[in-house]
Design a protein around this ligand. Sequence first.
Ligand SMILES: [Zn+2]
Length: 353
Amino acid sequence: MKIPQELHFAASHEWATEPADGIVTVGISDFAQDQLGDVVFVELPDVGRSLAAGEAAAVVESVKTASDIYAPLAGEVVEVAQPGRFRVGDRVVVMPQNGCGKCARCLSGEHIHCENPVDPAAICGCTTGRATYAEYCIQQDWLLFAIPGDVSYDHASMACCGLGPTFNAMQMMHVDVFDVLLVSGLGPVGLGAVVNARFRGARVLALETNPWRADLARRMGVEAVIDPTSETALQEILDLTDGRGADKSIETSSAEGAPAFLVQATRRKGHLASVGWGGPLLAREIVAKGLTVHGAWHWNHLRDGEAMWRTIRGSAGLLDLQITHGFPMRRVQEAFELQLTGRCGKVILHPTE
Ligand SMILES: [Zn+2]
Protein backbone atom coordinates (compact mmCIF):
# COMPACT_ATOMS: atom_id res chain seq x y z
CA MET A 1 0.00 0.00 0.00
CA LYS A 2 1.29 3.49 -0.89
CA ILE A 3 0.96 6.32 1.68
CA PRO A 4 2.56 9.35 -0.02
CA GLN A 5 3.85 11.75 2.65
CA GLU A 6 2.92 14.87 0.65
CA LEU A 7 -0.82 14.08 0.77
CA HIS A 8 -3.31 14.98 3.47
CA PHE A 9 -5.72 12.16 4.28
CA ALA A 10 -9.30 12.39 5.59
CA ALA A 11 -10.78 9.78 7.96
CA SER A 12 -13.21 8.84 5.17
CA HIS A 13 -10.26 7.85 2.90
CA GLU A 14 -10.11 10.86 0.60
CA TRP A 15 -6.80 12.65 0.13
CA ALA A 16 -5.88 16.18 -0.97
CA THR A 17 -2.62 17.70 -2.18
CA GLU A 18 -1.03 20.91 -0.90
CA PRO A 19 -2.59 23.88 -2.75
CA ALA A 20 -0.72 25.10 -5.85
CA ASP A 21 -2.07 28.39 -7.27
CA GLY A 22 -5.14 27.79 -5.14
CA ILE A 23 -5.82 24.41 -6.72
CA VAL A 24 -5.75 21.08 -4.89
CA THR A 25 -6.09 17.64 -6.34
CA VAL A 26 -8.38 15.22 -4.53
CA GLY A 27 -8.48 11.44 -4.72
CA ILE A 28 -9.18 8.33 -2.70
CA SER A 29 -6.62 6.31 -0.77
CA ASP A 30 -4.88 3.19 -1.97
CA PHE A 31 -6.52 1.36 0.93
CA ALA A 32 -10.01 2.47 -0.16
CA GLN A 33 -9.32 1.50 -3.77
CA ASP A 34 -8.17 -1.89 -2.60
CA GLN A 35 -11.27 -2.39 -0.45
CA LEU A 36 -13.58 -1.39 -3.29
CA GLY A 37 -12.28 -4.03 -5.68
CA ASP A 38 -13.00 -3.66 -9.41
CA VAL A 39 -14.61 -0.29 -10.10
CA VAL A 40 -17.47 -0.47 -12.59
CA PHE A 41 -18.77 3.11 -12.56
CA VAL A 42 -17.69 6.55 -11.36
CA GLU A 43 -19.98 9.55 -11.11
CA LEU A 44 -17.93 12.74 -10.99
CA PRO A 45 -19.07 16.27 -10.04
CA ASP A 46 -19.68 18.80 -12.83
CA VAL A 47 -16.95 21.34 -13.45
CA GLY A 48 -17.99 24.64 -11.85
CA ARG A 49 -19.87 23.07 -8.94
CA SER A 50 -19.24 24.61 -5.51
CA LEU A 51 -18.67 22.12 -2.72
CA ALA A 52 -18.74 22.53 1.07
CA ALA A 53 -16.22 20.62 3.15
CA GLY A 54 -17.63 17.16 3.83
CA GLU A 55 -20.24 17.40 1.06
CA ALA A 56 -20.85 14.27 -1.04
CA ALA A 57 -19.07 15.08 -4.32
CA ALA A 58 -18.79 11.83 -6.28
CA VAL A 59 -19.88 8.20 -6.26
CA VAL A 60 -17.66 5.19 -6.89
CA GLU A 61 -19.46 1.97 -7.69
CA SER A 62 -17.52 -1.26 -7.51
CA VAL A 63 -18.43 -4.91 -7.84
CA LYS A 64 -18.88 -4.90 -4.03
CA THR A 65 -20.54 -1.61 -3.16
CA ALA A 66 -21.34 1.99 -4.07
CA SER A 67 -19.54 4.63 -1.98
CA ASP A 68 -19.88 8.40 -1.74
CA ILE A 69 -16.71 10.44 -2.03
CA TYR A 70 -16.76 13.51 0.22
CA ALA A 71 -15.07 16.83 -0.52
CA PRO A 72 -12.20 17.01 2.03
CA LEU A 73 -12.34 20.83 1.85
CA ALA A 74 -14.58 23.56 0.48
CA GLY A 75 -14.03 24.87 -3.04
CA GLU A 76 -15.08 24.89 -6.65
CA VAL A 77 -14.52 22.01 -9.07
CA VAL A 78 -12.22 23.23 -11.88
CA GLU A 79 -11.39 19.91 -13.56
CA VAL A 80 -12.35 16.25 -13.21
CA ALA A 81 -10.22 13.24 -14.06
CA GLN A 82 -11.46 11.19 -16.93
CA PRO A 83 -12.24 7.62 -16.11
CA GLY A 84 -10.74 5.36 -18.76
CA ARG A 85 -7.56 4.70 -20.66
CA PHE A 86 -7.20 8.07 -22.43
CA ARG A 87 -7.11 11.78 -21.64
CA VAL A 88 -8.18 14.90 -23.50
CA GLY A 89 -5.59 15.63 -26.17
CA ASP A 90 -4.44 12.03 -26.68
CA ARG A 91 -4.07 11.09 -30.37
CA VAL A 92 -5.93 7.91 -31.23
CA VAL A 93 -7.24 5.84 -34.12
CA VAL A 94 -10.91 4.94 -33.59
CA MET A 95 -11.68 1.32 -34.42
CA PRO A 96 -14.91 0.84 -36.38
CA GLN A 97 -18.05 -1.00 -35.21
CA ASN A 98 -18.87 -1.89 -31.63
CA GLY A 99 -18.23 -4.97 -29.55
CA CYS A 100 -19.42 -6.04 -26.12
CA GLY A 101 -15.84 -6.10 -24.79
CA LYS A 102 -16.60 -9.32 -22.92
CA CYS A 103 -17.05 -12.21 -25.36
CA ALA A 104 -14.18 -14.42 -26.51
CA ARG A 105 -14.03 -12.60 -29.87
CA CYS A 106 -13.73 -9.15 -28.25
CA LEU A 107 -11.20 -10.28 -25.64
CA SER A 108 -8.96 -11.66 -28.39
CA GLY A 109 -9.12 -8.40 -30.36
CA GLU A 110 -11.59 -9.65 -32.96
CA HIS A 111 -14.35 -7.27 -31.83
CA ILE A 112 -15.55 -6.89 -35.42
CA HIS A 113 -16.90 -10.45 -35.07
CA CYS A 114 -18.39 -9.85 -31.58
CA GLU A 115 -21.03 -12.38 -30.58
CA ASN A 116 -23.14 -9.75 -28.76
CA PRO A 117 -22.51 -6.37 -30.44
CA VAL A 118 -23.63 -3.47 -28.29
CA ASP A 119 -25.86 -0.57 -29.26
CA PRO A 120 -23.83 2.67 -28.97
CA ALA A 121 -26.98 4.46 -27.82
CA ALA A 122 -27.22 2.10 -24.86
CA ILE A 123 -23.67 2.94 -23.80
CA CYS A 124 -23.53 6.67 -24.30
CA GLY A 125 -27.11 7.76 -24.92
CA CYS A 126 -26.16 8.98 -28.39
CA THR A 127 -27.83 7.47 -31.45
CA THR A 128 -25.11 8.78 -33.77
CA GLY A 129 -22.30 7.18 -31.77
CA ARG A 130 -21.13 5.29 -34.83
CA ALA A 131 -20.88 8.36 -37.08
CA THR A 132 -17.55 8.65 -38.82
CA TYR A 133 -18.01 11.51 -41.32
CA ALA A 134 -18.10 13.85 -38.36
CA GLU A 135 -15.84 16.15 -36.38
CA TYR A 136 -16.48 14.09 -33.26
CA CYS A 137 -17.57 10.53 -32.65
CA ILE A 138 -18.16 8.40 -29.58
CA GLN A 139 -16.44 5.09 -29.01
CA GLN A 140 -15.67 2.75 -26.12
CA ASP A 141 -12.15 3.47 -24.87
CA TRP A 142 -10.89 -0.07 -25.47
CA LEU A 143 -11.61 0.50 -29.17
CA LEU A 144 -9.23 3.46 -29.31
CA PHE A 145 -5.69 2.84 -30.47
CA ALA A 146 -2.94 5.25 -29.36
CA ILE A 147 -0.91 6.89 -32.14
CA PRO A 148 2.88 7.05 -31.57
CA GLY A 149 4.27 10.59 -31.44
CA ASP A 150 6.30 10.22 -34.65
CA VAL A 151 3.35 9.15 -36.86
CA SER A 152 1.25 11.84 -38.58
CA TYR A 153 -2.55 11.88 -38.42
CA ASP A 154 -2.80 11.17 -42.17
CA HIS A 155 -0.59 8.10 -41.99
CA ALA A 156 -2.09 6.93 -38.67
CA SER A 157 -5.59 7.12 -40.13
CA MET A 158 -4.59 4.33 -42.51
CA ALA A 159 -4.60 2.03 -39.44
CA CYS A 160 -8.34 1.76 -39.99
CA CYS A 161 -9.89 0.81 -43.37
CA GLY A 162 -7.01 2.12 -45.49
CA LEU A 163 -4.62 -0.64 -44.45
CA GLY A 164 -6.52 -2.60 -41.79
CA PRO A 165 -8.62 -5.23 -43.59
CA THR A 166 -5.88 -6.11 -46.07
CA PHE A 167 -3.29 -6.07 -43.27
CA ASN A 168 -5.40 -8.71 -41.55
CA ALA A 169 -5.54 -10.72 -44.77
CA MET A 170 -1.71 -10.56 -45.02
CA GLN A 171 -1.42 -11.74 -41.41
CA MET A 172 -3.78 -14.68 -42.00
CA MET A 173 -2.11 -15.69 -45.27
CA HIS A 174 1.45 -14.97 -43.96
CA VAL A 175 2.28 -12.95 -47.08
CA ASP A 176 6.03 -12.46 -47.39
CA VAL A 177 8.93 -11.93 -49.77
CA PHE A 178 8.56 -15.37 -51.38
CA ASP A 179 4.99 -14.75 -52.54
CA VAL A 180 3.29 -13.56 -55.69
CA LEU A 181 0.15 -11.77 -54.46
CA LEU A 182 -2.77 -11.03 -56.76
CA VAL A 183 -4.89 -8.04 -55.68
CA SER A 184 -8.40 -7.84 -57.12
CA GLY A 185 -9.56 -4.22 -57.22
CA LEU A 186 -7.41 -1.10 -56.81
CA GLY A 187 -9.84 1.14 -54.97
CA PRO A 188 -8.72 2.79 -51.70
CA VAL A 189 -8.76 -0.61 -49.92
CA GLY A 190 -7.05 -2.51 -52.77
CA LEU A 191 -4.31 0.13 -52.88
CA GLY A 192 -3.88 -0.53 -49.15
CA ALA A 193 -3.30 -4.18 -50.04
CA VAL A 194 -0.54 -3.02 -52.40
CA VAL A 195 1.10 -1.04 -49.56
CA ASN A 196 0.91 -3.99 -47.16
CA ALA A 197 2.23 -6.47 -49.72
CA ARG A 198 5.05 -4.22 -50.94
CA PHE A 199 6.14 -3.63 -47.31
CA ARG A 200 6.34 -7.42 -46.89
CA GLY A 201 8.41 -7.73 -50.06
CA ALA A 202 5.93 -9.73 -52.14
CA ARG A 203 5.64 -9.50 -55.95
CA VAL A 204 2.27 -7.86 -56.59
CA LEU A 205 -0.06 -8.35 -59.58
CA ALA A 206 -3.42 -6.62 -59.73
CA LEU A 207 -6.81 -6.72 -61.48
CA GLU A 208 -8.40 -3.36 -62.30
CA THR A 209 -10.32 -1.72 -65.13
CA ASN A 210 -9.77 1.93 -64.09
CA PRO A 211 -6.69 3.22 -65.99
CA TRP A 212 -6.04 6.06 -63.53
CA ARG A 213 -5.79 3.65 -60.61
CA ALA A 214 -3.83 1.12 -62.67
CA ASP A 215 -1.26 3.82 -63.35
CA LEU A 216 -1.12 4.78 -59.66
CA ALA A 217 -0.63 1.14 -58.68
CA ARG A 218 2.26 0.76 -61.13
CA ARG A 219 3.91 3.79 -59.52
CA MET A 220 3.43 2.02 -56.18
CA GLY A 221 5.39 -0.95 -57.46
CA VAL A 222 2.70 -3.27 -58.83
CA GLU A 223 4.39 -5.37 -61.50
CA ALA A 224 1.38 -5.81 -63.82
CA VAL A 225 -2.19 -4.55 -63.81
CA ILE A 226 -4.54 -6.80 -65.76
CA ASP A 227 -8.03 -5.95 -66.99
CA PRO A 228 -10.30 -8.57 -65.36
CA THR A 229 -12.91 -8.11 -68.12
CA SER A 230 -10.40 -9.18 -70.77
CA GLU A 231 -10.76 -12.72 -72.17
CA THR A 232 -7.03 -13.24 -71.70
CA ALA A 233 -6.93 -12.12 -68.03
CA LEU A 234 -6.43 -15.60 -66.57
CA GLN A 235 -3.80 -16.52 -69.16
CA GLU A 236 -1.90 -13.29 -68.46
CA ILE A 237 -1.72 -14.19 -64.76
CA LEU A 238 -0.59 -17.74 -65.53
CA ASP A 239 2.07 -16.39 -67.90
CA LEU A 240 3.41 -14.15 -65.13
CA THR A 241 3.56 -17.02 -62.60
CA ASP A 242 5.25 -19.86 -64.51
CA GLY A 243 1.84 -21.28 -65.38
CA ARG A 244 0.92 -21.92 -61.73
CA GLY A 245 -1.17 -18.93 -60.64
CA ALA A 246 -0.64 -16.51 -57.76
CA ASP A 247 0.52 -17.97 -54.43
CA LYS A 248 -2.00 -15.84 -52.60
CA SER A 249 -4.81 -13.60 -53.72
CA ILE A 250 -6.96 -10.95 -52.09
CA GLU A 251 -10.37 -9.70 -53.19
CA THR A 252 -11.22 -6.05 -52.45
CA SER A 253 -13.55 -5.09 -55.32
CA SER A 254 -16.82 -6.72 -54.15
CA ALA A 255 -17.48 -7.45 -57.85
CA GLU A 256 -19.87 -10.38 -58.25
CA GLY A 257 -17.54 -12.60 -60.27
CA ALA A 258 -14.26 -11.63 -58.55
CA PRO A 259 -14.02 -14.35 -55.86
CA ALA A 260 -14.67 -17.13 -58.38
CA PHE A 261 -12.07 -15.66 -60.73
CA LEU A 262 -9.49 -15.61 -57.92
CA VAL A 263 -10.11 -19.30 -57.29
CA GLN A 264 -9.03 -19.88 -60.90
CA ALA A 265 -6.08 -17.49 -60.70
CA THR A 266 -4.65 -18.83 -57.40
CA ARG A 267 -2.22 -21.77 -57.49
CA ARG A 268 -2.97 -25.18 -56.03
CA LYS A 269 -2.65 -25.20 -52.19
CA GLY A 270 -2.64 -21.39 -52.31
CA HIS A 271 -4.55 -18.93 -50.13
CA LEU A 272 -7.42 -16.62 -50.98
CA ALA A 273 -8.67 -13.84 -48.68
CA SER A 274 -11.74 -11.74 -49.27
CA VAL A 275 -12.12 -8.26 -47.87
CA GLY A 276 -14.79 -7.50 -50.47
CA TRP A 277 -18.33 -8.81 -50.03
CA GLY A 278 -18.62 -10.13 -53.59
CA GLY A 279 -20.21 -13.15 -55.20
CA PRO A 280 -20.19 -16.92 -54.62
CA LEU A 281 -17.36 -19.41 -54.26
CA LEU A 282 -17.74 -23.01 -55.39
CA ALA A 283 -16.67 -25.59 -52.82
CA ARG A 284 -15.71 -28.18 -55.43
CA GLU A 285 -13.13 -25.86 -57.02
CA ILE A 286 -11.73 -24.90 -53.62
CA VAL A 287 -11.48 -28.53 -52.57
CA ALA A 288 -9.99 -29.68 -55.87
CA LYS A 289 -7.17 -27.12 -55.60
CA GLY A 290 -6.75 -27.49 -51.84
CA LEU A 291 -7.19 -23.75 -51.32
CA THR A 292 -7.41 -22.03 -47.93
CA VAL A 293 -10.04 -19.29 -47.90
CA HIS A 294 -10.05 -16.44 -45.35
CA GLY A 295 -12.69 -13.84 -44.50
CA ALA A 296 -10.88 -10.59 -43.59
CA TRP A 297 -13.09 -7.75 -42.38
CA HIS A 298 -10.89 -5.78 -39.99
CA TRP A 299 -7.55 -6.15 -38.23
CA ASN A 300 -6.69 -7.08 -34.65
CA HIS A 301 -5.49 -3.91 -32.88
CA LEU A 302 -4.97 -5.70 -29.55
CA ARG A 303 -2.67 -8.34 -31.02
CA ASP A 304 -1.00 -6.63 -33.98
CA GLY A 305 -0.57 -3.00 -32.94
CA GLU A 306 3.23 -3.00 -33.17
CA ALA A 307 3.20 -4.72 -36.56
CA MET A 308 0.76 -2.12 -37.87
CA TRP A 309 2.95 0.79 -36.75
CA ARG A 310 6.00 -0.90 -38.29
CA THR A 311 4.08 -1.22 -41.55
CA ILE A 312 3.05 2.43 -41.45
CA ARG A 313 6.50 3.73 -40.49
CA GLY A 314 8.13 1.56 -43.14
CA SER A 315 5.69 2.54 -45.89
CA ALA A 316 5.75 6.34 -45.65
CA GLY A 317 6.54 6.83 -49.35
CA LEU A 318 3.89 4.34 -50.46
CA LEU A 319 1.29 5.89 -48.17
CA ASP A 320 2.01 9.30 -49.65
CA LEU A 321 1.19 7.77 -53.06
CA GLN A 322 -1.90 5.88 -51.78
CA ILE A 323 -3.29 9.08 -50.17
CA THR A 324 -3.91 11.23 -53.23
CA HIS A 325 -6.16 13.94 -51.81
CA GLY A 326 -7.11 15.67 -48.56
CA PHE A 327 -10.11 17.92 -47.92
CA PRO A 328 -11.32 19.88 -44.90
CA MET A 329 -14.62 18.46 -43.62
CA ARG A 330 -16.57 21.48 -44.89
CA ARG A 331 -15.68 20.39 -48.45
CA VAL A 332 -16.96 16.82 -47.98
CA GLN A 333 -19.24 17.19 -51.01
CA GLU A 334 -16.23 17.80 -53.28
CA ALA A 335 -14.46 14.84 -51.73
CA PHE A 336 -17.35 12.53 -52.62
CA GLU A 337 -17.63 13.95 -56.12
CA LEU A 338 -13.92 13.24 -56.64
CA GLN A 339 -14.37 9.73 -55.22
CA LEU A 340 -17.10 9.05 -57.78
CA THR A 341 -14.79 9.97 -60.68
CA GLY A 342 -12.40 7.17 -59.67
CA ARG A 343 -9.46 9.48 -60.36
CA CYS A 344 -8.11 9.25 -56.82
CA GLY A 345 -6.55 6.87 -54.34
CA LYS A 346 -7.38 7.26 -50.66
CA VAL A 347 -9.12 10.58 -49.97
CA ILE A 348 -8.73 11.98 -46.45
CA LEU A 349 -11.10 14.34 -44.67
CA HIS A 350 -9.55 16.62 -42.06
CA PRO A 351 -12.26 17.14 -39.43
CA THR A 352 -10.84 20.21 -37.70
CA GLU A 353 -9.63 22.26 -40.67
ZN1 LIG B 1 -18.04 -9.17 -27.87
